[in-house]
Ligand binder design. Structure first.
Ligand code: FE
Length: 139
C-alpha cells in the first residue's frame, strides 16, 4: 500500500493480493482518520458482497471468485466503540460487462486498487438500532 496526503484528502494505492477492507481500516487507524468518505476503482480477483434483508435482519453474503472490475466503491468512515468503522458498498463488473453490487465484506485486489479518502474533522460514534438491526450513524 502506498499513499500521499493533500490537505484533507489522501490518495491510496492498494497492491495486488491485499485485502481492501482490512487495509483501508488499518490505514484510517494508523492515520487517525475517524470520519470521512472513501471512493475507489480498480480490479479484484475475489470478493464477498452482502445483501441485507430487513425482515430477517440478516446479511446474505455472496462470494465472487475471479476477475472483476471495481466500477464503483463508495463508503464512509466513522467509529464504533472508539474503533474505526468502515461502511463500504461496491459494484463489480465481470468479463461480460455485467455488474453485481452490494455491501462490501471483503475484496482482494487483482490488478490495481486506487482509492481517495476525504477526511472530515470530527467524529461520529455509531450505535446499534434494534428496529433496523444495523449499526447506524444516528440512532
Ligand atoms: Fe451496507
Amino acid at each position: 500500500m502506498k499513499f500521499k496526503k493533500f490537505g484533507s484528502k489522501w490518495v491510496v494505492s492498494i497492491n495486488i493480493g491485499e485485502e481492501v477492507v482490512e487495509t483501508l481500516k488499518k490505514f484510517c487507524e494508523d492515520n487517525k482518520i475517524k470520519l470521512g468518505t472513501i471512493n475507489g476503482i480498480g480490479a479484484v480477483k475475489k470478493a464477498t458482497i452482502g445483501f441485507y434483508n430487513l425482515e430477517t435482519k440478516k446479511y446474505y453474503p455472496k462470494e465472487l471468485d475471479g476477475d472483476y472490475e471495481i466500477t464503483s466503491l463508495l463508503g464512509n468512515i466513522s467509529t464504533m466503540n472508539g474503533e474505526v468503522y468502515l461502511h463500504l458498498h461496491i459494484n463489480l463488473a465481470d468479463s461480460n460487462y455485467n455488474t453485481l453490487g452490494g455491501h462490501l465484506n471483503s475484496a482482494v485486489i487483482g490488478g490495481v486498487g486506487e482509492f481517495i479518502i476525504e477526511e472530515i474533522e470530527g467524529e461520529i460514534e455509531r450505535g446499534f438500532n434494534e428496529d433496523v438491526g444495523l449499526n447506524l450513524l444516528f440512532q
